[in-house]
Design a protein around this ligand. Structure first.
Ligand SMILES: [Zn+2]
Length: 99
């Protein structure tokens, strides 16, 4: 029997920043250029043209919803957007301390 659960994985933050679509309540946006109103099933950004490789969710997404998106978009890696934002925040804080 197969279950659908989240796993921890080491990923390249810079790669995520360049290829992330963030799904919100009503529409999605591109993390790289901040263009809003993108179809959540788009493969590329209509604003900057990047190919989406990762998908994050602005609102709480339950397992059933993510599973459905995954079946429709099997080429994407699904990340926890909160985790990602925390890591970016930590990295920026470290950059400030280095100065
Ligand atoms: Zn874009």
């Amino acid at each position: 029997m197969k279950g659908f659960l989240r796993v921890w994985q080491g990923l390249d933050l810079e790669d995520i920043e360049k290829h992330l679509i963030v799904v919100g309540e009503l529409s999605s946006d591109c993390f790289a250029c901040r263009k809003v109103g993108i179809d959540s099933k788009a493969h590329t950004c209509p604003g900057c043209g990047v190919t989406f490789k990762y998908m994050g969710f602005r609102r709480h997404a339950d397992g059933g919803y993510v599973h459905k998106m995954r079946e429709e978009l099997p080429h994407l890696t699904f990340i926890d957007f909160e985790d990602f934002k925390k890591l970016i925040g930590k990295r920026e804080a470290r950059k400030l301390l280095d100065i």
